[in-house]
Design a protein around this ligand. Sequence first.
Ligand SMILES: [Zn+2]
Ligand SMILES: [Zn+2]
Length: 152
Amino acid sequence: MGTIAKQRTKQSKTKRRARKLQSAPNHELVIAALRRTEKPLTAYELLAQLRSRGISAPPTVYRALDRLISEGRAHRLESLNAFVACAHPHQGASAMFSICRDCGTAEEFSAGAIDATIADWAKKAGFQVDRAVLEIRGACSDCGRSRTLEHA
Ligand SMILES: [Zn+2]
Ligand SMILES: [Zn+2]
């Protein structure tokens, strides 16, 4: 019995390797593009970047994004209508971002206290949270600093 199990493992490993040799699936191309930049990208910016990789239709990009978001590997920033790669695995359902109005970078951070507050409230309200994205707009430390220097 052990031998059969071993053979099966070997087979699936070979299959996995074969799949890797083929062109990467669309959602892998999309997440790779998001990871290359610190700025959130719109679906159309993604499309422009991925055209040379064979992705030419907006629905393909949207399908890939839907999948990545449901897998927790990417987030949608509502205020920008743009997408970012998830910076770290998170336990809670919420994702928190600081978005710089000047340079456009979006940084993901986690705050356990905010997670706990949302969980607490949801429990009391009987609300089932699918996901929560907190967006904080302002100036990042680099841009905030240069502005202070300008006015000095
Ligand atoms: Zn995340
Ligand atoms: Zn900035």
